[in-house]
Design a protein around this ligand. Structure first.
Ligand SMILES: [Fe+2]
Length: 130
């Protein structure tokens, strides 16, 4: 639902990882729609915590390898996302999965990822392609 070819930036490894990230967020979204969001949220957040560590470091490696000038700013965005994941995880541990937490988390994940892929990562891909 969320992933489509328009989101491809043209770097195969990155595209397949973005696809995986989108699918996971879709899964959470679908679970919310069936009233099972609370069951799915913890595993989604934990998956994202480990998967984004790997994914972002691969993207950052690619940037260093091509001497990308916006490397530091891009990394700062990744760090922001990681800090949000840590925050969501702590909130879930302390307050449990309330309906408002689940929907706020889901909305943030979808919005951030789509925006990041379409603007920030595609700008990187354009730079690499030149
Ligand atoms: Fe990125």
């Amino acid at each position: 639902m969320m992933w489509n070819d328009n989101l491809k930036i043209g770097v195969e490894l990155i595209d397949s990882e973005h696809h995986e990230l989108c699918d996971r967020i879709d899964k959470l979204f679908a679970a919310c729609g069936k009233g099972h969001g609370k069951d799915e949220i913890v595993s989604t957040v934990e998956f994202l915590e480990s998967y984004t560590k790997k994914h972002f470091s691969e993207e950052e490696k690619l940037q260093r390898a091509s001497s990308y000038p916006k490397c530091a700013a891009h990394k700062a965005m990744h760090e922001y996302f990681k800090s949000k994941i840590t925050e969501f995880k702590r909130d879930l541990q302390e307050n449990g999965a309330t309906v408002s937490t689940v929907s706020a988390t889901n909305y943030f994940l979808m919005d951030w990822l789509l925006n990041h892929i379409q603007k920030v990562d595609s700008e990187l891909a354009q730079y690499i392609a030149h």
